[in-house]
Ligand binder design. Structure first.
Ligand code: FAD
Ligand code: GLY
Length: 370
């Protein structure tokens, strides 16, 4: 392990791995320190939907940032395959946001303000997905909300970063971070101190401790999501079905990923039977045949939520050597490319979209968390 790098990244989830990839590609000497293994926390738990429309519902800066990131995946899928040899399995089906009641329909109609959302009648839905529940009255079809395999994306970023010269340290928790006496940043690991010109904090829901060490009082809240996957060798399903925070995502392997609960404040990342039962119930409402499918596995992960639900992406207000990229809540897979690019642009001195900088800066005014 070197004693000094240009940039240190704390956390090797999809956000840290994307930053490492973009920085190493820009020629910066980069090191990632990961407590456990690359991508094995919230990243691995994710369904992988690039749900810019499905998750945002209204226009604005967040939606524009999400759309830019979603679109970056079109370029990244072949690029990462070529560089790392890993296929991120970008799947083109899109999302059908189902309406069962008139109030669902009215809520979905508001999405017409967003580009690429198209209302389909129940008959039009059945033409696309004949096995969708007969009780629907229609759906919003969002062609651009495709999906990827989160762990493959994270591994491809990490491997790509390594091939561009980055060091990736697994089982290497960072204990503390502080300003270095000679300028830059100093971190402490079990193997000793390491310094860098810049450090990026990308430790997911565990980032709060580093904000505090750096004099910032920001809290992170875990929102546990429980999921399961089943083997589907009985019916065709090519689009993600989505209703009431529940989704069924068809993977290329033939598996269907079914998620997810929203358990606020639960730090335990194991699924329980009540959680799995709740998502199965919602999934059966969208796709009745799913009840007969064989279970593959169940899991859970902790979404990193902030006070206002938006991520922190930007510099420490007083120490420009420290940057933050944490709190991506329900959309870290979607937002990873744009986050990695934005942090890299800040470090290498390239221009950054001022609206994004303002929306995601650390010292913004936030509503109190409920
Ligand atoms: P993580 O993946 O949690 O990575 C943080 C890393 O930091 C971890 O590997 C951890 O070990 C490491 N770390 C922590 N402390 C330290 C330390 N002291 N030293 C070194 N390393 C440390 N998003 C989408 O866009 N689409 C989806 O479909 C989607 N589905 C989801 C479904 C579920 C059930 C869940 C739980 C989440 C889902 N998400 C989805 C959200 C997404 O998973 C997260 O927003 C994203 O993974 C956050 O990435 P991250 O890198 O910030 O965090
Ligand atoms: N974005 C899907 C989830 O967080 O469950």
């Amino acid at each position: 392990m070197k004693k000094r790098y240009e940039t240190i990244i704390i956390g090797g989830g999809i956000i840290g791995a994307s930053i490492a990839y973009h920085l190493a590609k820009a020629g910066k000497q980069t090191a990632v320190f990961e407590s456990g293994e690359i991508g094995k926390k919230a990243t691995r738990a994710a369904a992988g939907m690039l749900g810019a429309h499905a998750e945002c519902d209204k226009p604005g800066t967040f939606f524009e940032f999400a759309r830019a990131s979603q679109s970056a995946y079109k370029r990244l899928a072949p690029e990462l395959k070529k560089i790392s040899g890993i296929d991120i399995n970008r799947h083109d089906g899109g999302i059908l946001k189902l309406a069962f009641t008139e109030s669902d329909r009215v809520r979905l109609a508001a999405m017409a303000e967003l580009d690429s959302a198209e209302w389909l009648t129940a008959e039009e839905v059945f033409e696309k997905e004949p096995h969708a529940a007969k009780g629907i009255i229609g759906a919003n079809f969002i062609r651009d909300d495709v999906h990827v395999e989160p762990l493959s994306v994270c591994r491809a970023f990490a491997k790509g970063a390594k091939l561009f010269g980055a060091d990736i340290f697994e089982h290497a928790p960072v204990l503390s971070v502080e300003a270095a006496s000679g300028g830059g940043v100093r971190i402490m690991t079990a193997s000793g101190a390491v310094e860098a010109e810049h450090a990026a904090i990308a430790s997911g829901v565990w980032s709060g401790v580093f904000f505090k060490q750096l004099g910032l009082n920001k809290s992170f809240y875990p929102v546990k999501g429980e999921c399961l996957s089943v083997w589907n060798d009985t019916i065709p399903l090519t689009r993600t079905l989505y209703h009431d925070h529940c989704y069924i995502v068809p993977r290329r392997s033939g598996k269907l990923v079914i998620g997810a609960t929203m358990k606020h404040g639960d730090w335990n990342d194991k699924p329980d039977l009540n959680g799995i039962e709740a998502v199965v119930k919602k999934a059966k409402m969208m796709l009745p045949e799913i009840g007969g499918m064989k279970i593959d596995q169940c899991w859970a992960g902790l979404r990193p939520e902030t006070e206002d639900g938006n991520p922190y992406i930007g510099r420490h207000p007083e120490n420009g050597s420290v940057l933050f990229a944490a709190g991506h809540f329900r959309n870290g897979i979607l937002l990873a490319p744009a986050t990695g690019e934005m942090i890299t642009d800040m470090i290498v001195g390239r221009p950054v979209n001022p609206a994004w900088e303002e929306a995601f800066k650390v010292e913004r005014k936030e509503a109190v968390h409920k």
